[in-house]
Design a binder for this molecule. Structure first.
Ligand SMILES: [Zn+2]
Length: 488
């Protein structure tokens, strides 16, 4: 396949590249073989390109680093409770319900896959439930949706709900191993097909729910299993005040030290939230390593799933120290945290991340004025991030956190892309919620100037970032395969 048109990407934090009239060639295995300007390319002599319509561009898809698949069942309900109460009232019940009803699980997970594609999510890291069968259904549905997915069978040998718990740490460790091996058998790509060089898109991820539901024996066994198999790890770390206090009281330590002790902070790990980690608060880490917790995570290669929307609900008194984590070069991406966050759309996570960071910067300004206090934890940078930085987190930042090669267009990377329409070139009207009045007026007056103005600009992309939605998304590819198209 050869695509000709406009390509947009964020190759680094805060940087936005627009390639106007470029080519991307994709081989049969779904990898990019060429990425170059159309004008100077030989490719057009030998190949007929797929011309991307005027007014559209290709962007790497979004990566959602934290989503509870079974909680999709009650998305948008019950967010008035504190975390530990909410888990008992809603989360555990819903998870148990799907574990009892495989038909319902398949319905919910199939719709989840469809919704993720519509939202432009090409890779997702999922929490499942306790039962193997239900999680295999989740893996199958993600595979048939065609997106990259890391599927986690939840491990927990402590629970406030007697019917939703694993019998012992050894039972839970064996179950995690059996699930991962079964998933690999179920989702491996048949070697006899033409697609033998295509990689497996769905993988297991070791998923201790969080410290309060996992004994030390279980955490230790899962750490060893991850090392043995090379499987990724996900959990929640330092999320809410009730959770942090519970761990301190019951286990006499902080999440970060407990996870580190059990070899669960690895380059393959994604920890969600981390709102209660901050340069000033994690004194134990500082004392031990002379580094703050973000430096420790950077050193260990562990990534953070920043879930700004659910943090507002469950960690309202503490915002995640995003700028400080980025300055410490921790790998950070975004998570929707369904259903602790009510929106499945990473665009919502980007906007909320920017908004929360601006509030943090405003608060720091007020404190500085009141106390003449100079805080150096962000190296003097604004705590606020801008839209381009959030777009990096949603694309390449998330891909790096997941350890996948997508997130940027380059030779050798898999061709993962979403096609965004900004305007209709024949009617000259903006697509979806977008309007471009100056272009519309110019089109009626001066055709030549109109043509020049149809180049996609940074300002147009910024407008889409602010008010765009699903209506702007026309197509999506993962590993070179189209999984969302304009034709049904
Ligand atoms: Zn979560």
């Amino acid at each position: 396949m050869l695509f000709r048109g406009t390509f947009v990407q964020c190759p680094s934090l805060g940087e936005l590249e627009i390639f106007d009239d470029w080519l991307i060639a994709v081989d049969d295995s779904g990898y990019i073989t060429n990425f170059e300007p159309a004008q100077s390319s030989d490719l057009l002599r030998r190949n007929e390109p797929i011309n991307l319509p005027l007014g559209t561009f290709l962007l790497p898809p979004f990566n959602d680093l934290h989503l509870h698949a079974p909680q999709f069942l009650y998305q948008g309900n019950g967010l008035d409770l504190p975390l530990l109460e909410w888990l008992n009232q809603y989360a555990f019940k819903a998870e148990e319900k799907l574990d009892r009803d495989p038909g319902l699980a398949r319905t919910v997970y199939r719709r989840l896959g469809q919704r993720l594609i519509k939202a432009g999510t090409g890779a997702v890291c999922l929490f499942g439930t306790l039962k193997e069968e239900t999680n295999i259904i989740l893996a199958e549905e993600m595979q048939s949706a065609g997106i990259r997915a890391f599927v986690g069978k939840v491990s927990m040998d402590i629970s406030s709900r007697p019917s939703y718990i694993e019998a012992s740490s050894s039972v839970a460790i064996d179950a995690a191993r059996e699930f991962g091996e079964k998933l690999d058998r179920t989702c491996s790509v048949p070697s006899s097909t033409i697609s033998q060089s295509r990689p497996q898109l769905v993988h297991p991820v070791i998923t201790p729910r969080f410290v309060p539901t996992c004994s030390d024996e279980l955490l230790h066994g899962l750490g060893a299993l991850s090392e043995e198999k090379g499987w990724r790890v996900q959990s929640h770390m330092a999320e809410s005040s009730d959770q942090v206090e519970w761990v301190k009281k019951e286990r006499g330590d902080d999440d970060i030290h407990i996870f580190e002790k059990h070899n669960l902070l690895t380059p393959r790990t994604i920890q969600a939230h981390c709102t209660y980690l901050s340069p000033s608060s994690a004194s134990l880490a500082s004392q031990r390593s002379s580094q703050d917790p973000f430096m420790l995570l950077h050193h260990l290669g562990t990534a953070i799933a920043h879930c700004p929307l659910s943090n507002i609900y469950f960690s309202a008194s503490r915002a995640f120290c995003l700028r400080e984590a980025l300055e410490a070069q921790v790998k950070v991406g975004l998570g929707t945290d369904i259903a602790g966050g009510y929106s499945l759309d990473i665009m919502s996570a980007m906007r909320t991340a920017v908004a929360v960071s601006r509030v943090r910067e405003g608060e720091r300004d007020r404190e500085r004025m009141a106390l003449q206090n100079i805080d150096t934890s962000s190296n003097g940078k604004s705590l606020a991030i801008d839209w381009k930085e959030s777009l990096f987190l949603a694309t390449l930042g998330g891909a790096r956190a997941l350890g996948v090669e997508s997130g940027v267009f380059k030779i050798g990377a898999p061709f993962d892309a979403q096609q965004i329409r900004l305007f209709n070139s024949s009617t000259r009207v903006g697509a979806g919620a977008l309007d471009f009045f100056e272009m519309e007026i110019e089109a009626g007056r001066n055709q030549e100037k109109y043509h020049k103005q149809t180049c996609i600009t940074k300002e147009m992309i910024e407008r889409w970032w602010c008010i765009g939605d699903e209506r702007n998304r026309e197509a999506m590819w993962v590993q070179g395969i189209e999984i969302l198209g304009s034709s049904p």
